[in-house]
Structure formats: C-alpha cells, structure tokens
Design a protein around this ligand. Sequence first.
Ligand SMILES: Nc1ncnc2c1ncn2[C@@H]1O[C@H](COP(=O)(O)OP(=O)(O)O)[C@@H](O)[C@H]1O
Ligand SMILES: [Mg+2]
Length: 392
Amino acid sequence: MVEKTIRINERIRMNAENIALALENHMMTAFAPDARKELRLFSAGEAADLLGISASFLRKLHFDDKIEDVQTSAGGRRSYSADNLVTIRKQLDAGAKTAGTYLKGRRAGDKVQVLSFLNFKGGSGKTTSSIHAAQRLALKGYRVLCVDIDPQASLTTLFGYRPEVDLIESGTVYDAIRYDDPLPFSAIIQKTYFAGIDLAPAGLLLQEFEHETPRALIENVQPPFFARMAAALQEVEADYDLIIFDCPPQLGYLTMAALCASTGLIITVVPNMLDIASMAQFLQMSADLLDVVSNAGAQMDYDFLRFLINRLEPNDGPQQQVVAFLRNLFGPEVMAASMLKSTAVSDAGLTHQTIYEVERSQFNRNTYDRAVDSLNAVNDEIESLIQKAWGR
Ligand SMILES: Nc1ncnc2c1ncn2[C@@H]1O[C@H](COP(=O)(O)OP(=O)(O)O)[C@@H](O)[C@H]1O
Ligand SMILES: [Mg+2]
C-alpha cells in the first residue's frame, strides 16, 4: 500500500516538474526574458478618446505645435505610445484654464483609492476585470499600483512575469507583509511595460501568509494580519492615485488584509443561479469575518461596494432573469455597466493580453468593438465612483 502511495506521489511530482519545464520553455519563447512585453501604439481616434477630446482638436493641437510630436507614417497617420499620452496630458493640463481638467488623479487632501476585486468563486472575472480597470485608468492618466495577492499569480503572469521561475524565493507581496523581518513595500514593486502601472507581484510563497497567521495571532505579532497590508502600503501610497487588489478565490487572511486596506469593493459575479448561491455564502461569511476583525480594531469604511456582472450574454433569457433578480435585490449597488461575455476577451487572454493590448485587426471587428465598448463602460463607471469618492 505504502509503496503505491509513494509511486503516485512521485508520479504527481514528475508531472508537476514536466509542466513547469514546458511552461518555462513556452514563456521563454513567448516572451524572451529581456524583451518581455511591449505595449502597442494607439491610433489618433483612441488617443483622442483617452484624452477626452475630439480627434479634430487633437489634430489642431499638433498643427499649432501645442503638444509633442508622435510617430507619424508616410501617409500622415499618427500613432501614440502610452508615454506620449502621459506627456500630452501634462501639456494639455498646463495649458488648460483650470488645473486638473486633463489630470484627473488625486489632488491635495484626496486619499488614495484602494479597490479590491473579489469573490470566492474562481473564474468570476476578478483578474480580468482588475487588469482591464488598471489599464484603462492608467491610459486615462491615473497612477496605478496593481497588487496581486492570489498565490496563483494570474495577474503577475499577465504582466509578463514568470512567477514559477522568477518569484519562487522572493520578490512577492509576501516579503512586505510577512511576520518575520518584512521588507519595505517599495522593495517588491516592479515597473511594468505598461506606462502608468506598477506591479506588486504574487507567487506561491504568498500562501505562507495563510500558514503563518494563526501562530502570529497566538504570539500577538503586531500589526495583526488584517492591518499588515494597509500598514505596509503606507510607505508607497503617495506615489499612486489608485491601488488595485486582485484577490484569491477564497476568504483567507490575505483577502481579509486587502479588505481592510480597501476604500472600495467590487464583487464580480457571473449571472447564473449557482454563482449567485455561492456569492450569497461568500457575503455571509465575509460579513461574519468582518465583524470579528472590526471588533478587533480593524478600520473598515468603504466609499462604495458594487456588484459587477461579468460574462453577460444579452440574448440569454435565464441570465436576464438572474440579472433582473440581482438589480431588484441590490438596486444601485449593481453597476449599470456589465462586462459582456466575449471570445475577444478570452482569446486575448490566451496570449496573456487584454482587450486594450491586442490589435483590432486581429479580431472580428464587431466582436472586438462590442468587447471594448462594454469594458470601457465598466471602467468609466469605476472612474466616476473614484471621482465621486474624491468629492467631484
Ligand atoms: N467577459 C468575459 N468574456 C469571456 N471570457 C472571460 C470574460 N471574463 C473572464 N473571462 C475568461 O475567464 C477565465 C477566468 O477569468 P479570471 O478573470 O481569471 O477569473 P478569476 O480571477 O475570478 O478566477 C479567463 O480565462 C478569462 O480570460
Ligand atoms: Mg484570478
């Protein structure tokens, strides 16, 4: 019997090693280590939309030499890098009647906005919606820090890092919140290829935080688990307008620590009855746990909590009923905009890209446009929640 167990264990380990090796090879060819990922250029139309001006005004700005030159094709077609957008936004704002017309980030006295995307159902779109929100808001000029606290590290992988190769021993959020000799948060922050976004990466090691917390509680290590993330983030929060947590699909100590550092919560939900039932359980458990930690002294004041419907199929009758049910139940807490289910989103995901990174020409135009429109609507609604939290 024992021998059989050992053999099976070895078999599993061998499979794991083979997968790790194959993945490493795949990643090496997909993204060479030095030339990791690179962000595409944006068309004049896209640039105007992101800057919040008309395409003709953008042309006039170039004509009048009010903004920096960008890459221009022989035919006169302009292409904008994300860095161009950052510079142009600053130039526009410097010339605007009121400062802050084009730079919408926080002003003196505004607190940093910390958003958690959560739900304990895997596959409800936490990672997908958090990275699209981060990218759209970065392109709109916000300074964003993405904090990946899922040991599975999907978000980290989407940014072109290889957690199973590069982040095995160190370099993840774990280093900044661990009980034994934590590093400053700044030590684990990575620049990303995406202008305006920094990343605090995840890796399997984060799981240690779940294992070590019970003992730290007994030994009364300060700060306690729920306050450690907020405390660690204090060092860097002045550098950002927005901090986004991509949470693991469970309500462990990591998620609780993110919840206690957050100012806004977005619960992603797929509109079918099984998912709703599991979400009800999740909310019940969250409420119970939040009671416990707030009695223990955790600060938990949220500017907003919203349900974000993901994978919406507008022509699916039963889904429509579930959506109506949710809107009835939660009213304005359900976001007005929903994320459509789209093969453009899942196909982009296959090459570790988002809808904002892929080229429109790679997709069926209607499919692409519908996906972009729905994600823009979702993220612009998130932006207005943030602006509202700053009292604008
Ligand atoms: N709106 C959508 N349309 C199509 N596929 C989606 C959509 N949202 C997420 N997906 C796909 O579903 C899978 C799980 O999504 P993900 O965001 O990783 O969920 P979670 O982080 O909650 O586990 C991913 O492969 C992703 O590409
Ligand atoms: Mg995820």
